[in-house]
Write a protein of this length. Structure first.
Length: 73
């Protein structure tokens, strides 16, 4: 995380490196939880949610409607 301008404006400086380092794929999500924020230190806990569908559920997909939810019974 890099400060740009004042300490109230922060951004992840190199998203591409983050995505490659964490093997992110289309459909994955990242949740950033801010744990600490001070003038000297900014700390996040990052959770990566993989967008892959487990193979045991693939047969439950309706091929005509890939946006339909998978219902588990």
């Amino acid at each position: 995380m890099i400060y740009h301008g004042s300490s109230s404006h922060k951004r992840l400086d190199n998203w591409r490196v983050f995505a490659i380092d964490n093997n992110l794929k289309v459909g994955d999500a990242s949740v950033f939880e801010q744990l600490e924020c001070s003038c000297a230190r900014l700390v996040f806990r990052v959770q990566i949610l993989r967008g892959d569908i487990p193979s045991e559920f693939l047969d439950k997909l309706d091929g005509d409607n890939v946006d339909a939810p998978i219902v588990l019974k």
